[in-house]
Design a protein around this ligand. Structure first.
Ligand code: UDX
Length: 432
């Protein structure tokens, strides 16, 4: 079967490459010519472990192609995935321009029955809007069906999440379209992956509700961590004991500087905004957003307290990305914290295994080092802001010699407080 994926960004590339791996013929489209030329040569514009090998293999074997020719892609495919970006503004209003443009092109170029699948995270009601736009733009009447199939891909483990998902959500009114799209996912039946079949609106809602709930777990445990600091509690023991209750579950209860990335911040704002536009206040989601904002600010205070005085203080920063195994610095707590520290008079020297090229664009005032020890050299204080594996086993003997004062602020709780104190460090973490 031939399918096409419109939008060769993060979601589109992972989706297209994984479907090609399932044996389908996939054409991925993007209007960025440069990107398409690079992709046809096997060069991927994002950092995602495992993606490049899969993509190169399918390219070589001819199951995967990249093009800017939207018309040909649409006409030769039965199923069309929409995976374009849906950025949001500060109020959480989601920008649907790219989706509208694609829907119009699909209408104009349609030559036969098509199944149109929305992968992008979109506000409830977008499916209906896409249907209307396609109809308005059709030059000849062709039947088509819509499916909402939200993605639940984590950066850094997106291939695994696609190949072994916890569930696949499909929202549609058409039995025929559902049968066609279920067939694309057939390899997952062997793994007994649950398929949740709903109407389009419910599928759109499931994506937002899932991300908002995960974000709620994080903000919840961050508040417990803050309380632990006031009552001499240990948040990890609290989280472990809570997580042993099957109804709660152990995941997403890791305290830290708050959530970042391209999804949780955008989707929580988008969800709250969507509800407000319908006359309903999602009070819990509003609180999750407020707690997350506050958590970043608390981290700045924590570092200031550890430093004594930030003016002229040289701070080494390990980790810039919003989490490990990605080069993504969007909404990364580290970036916000560094900007605040610089505003308050500190100087920052940083190292990140993958995030430095983008960080240089956003915070050029920072000095960038070649490795962790280069960042620490000559600084007064060390902050660990992202839990990359290579920061989990630092040579503390070496760091003692390089750092002016033995002060460490570990925003991801990757070290043991008593061990760090034994080593002679003034060590602060979150909620312990
Ligand atoms: C998330 C969702 O997990 C995914 O299903 C969705 O489709 C897209 O958004 P992603 O943004 O890649 O994926 O990252 P994730 O691993 O979920 O982490 C998000 C943020 O939460 C990171 O900043 C991470 O550091 C933080 N986090 C996560 C915590 O602070 N504590 C936790 O316990 C878990």
């Amino acid at each position: 079967m031939n399918i096409c994926v419109i939008g060769s960004g993060y979601v589109g590339l992972v989706t297209g490459t994984c479907f090609a791996e399932f044996g389908l013929n996939v054409v991925c489209m993007d209007k960025d010519e440069d990107r398409i030329t690079q992709l046809n040569e096997g060069n991927i514009p994002i950092y995602e472990p495992g993606l490049e090998e899969l993509l190169k293999r399918s390219l070589r074997e001819g199951r995967l192609t990249f093009t800017t020719d939207l018309k040909a892609g649409i006409q030769q495919s039965l199923v069309i995935f929409i995976a374009v970006g849906t950025p949001s503004n500060a109020e959480g209003d989601v920008d649907l321009e790219a989706i509208k443009e694609v829907a119009a092109s699909i209408g104009q170029n349609m030559n036969d029955y098509k199944v149109i699948v929305t992968k992008s995270t979109v506000p409830v009601g977008t499916g209906q809007m896409v249907e209307n736009i396609i109809k308005e733009n059709q030059s000849e009447a062709h039947s088509f069906d819509l499916i909402s199939n939200p993605e639940f891909l984590r950066e850094g483990s997106a291939i695994e999440d696609f190949m072994r998902p916890n569930r696949v959500v499909l929202g549609s009114r058409s039995e025929q379209a559902l049968a066609i799209v279920k067939d694309l996912y057939r390899p997952l039946y062997l793994l007994e992956t649950p398929f949740v079949i709903t109407n389009i609106e419910t599928a759109e809602l499931i994506k937002y509700a899932s991300n908002a709930f995960l974000a709620t777990k994080i903000s919840f445990i961050n508040e417990i961590a803050n309380l632990c600091e006031l009552v001499d509690g240990d948040v990890h023991q609290v989280a472990r004991a809570m997580g042993l209750d099957n109804r709660i579950g152990p995941k997403f209860l890791h305290p830290g500087p708050g959530f970042g990335g391209s999804c949780f911040p955008k989707d929580t704002h988008g969800f709250a905004h969507l509800a407000r536009s319908k006359g309903y206040n999602l009070k819990i989601v509003d609180a999750v957003i407020a707690v997350n904002k506050n958590q970043r600010e608390r981290m700045v205070d924590k570092i200031e307290e550890a430093a004594g005085n930030l003016v002229g203080c040289d701070i080494a920063f390990l980790g810039l990305t919003f989490k490990p195994n990605t080069d993504d610095i969007r909404e990364a707590p580290a970036i916000f914290i560094i900007q605040k520290l610089i505003e308050k008079g500190a100087k920052v020297k940083a190292f990140d295994p993958a995030g430095m090229p983008s960080a240089r664009q956003v915070i050029p005032e920072v000095e960038y080092a070649d490795d962790a020890y280069g960042a620490v050299q000559g600084c007064d204080l060390l902050v660990i802001a992202t839990e990359w594996n290579q920061f989990r086993n630092l040579d503390w003997g070496r760091i003692q010699k390089l750092l002016n004062k033995r002060v460490v602020v570990d925003l991801r709780n990757i070290y043991d407080p008593s061990r760090m104190r034994e080593l002679g460090f003034a060590y602060t973490s979150v909620g312990r």
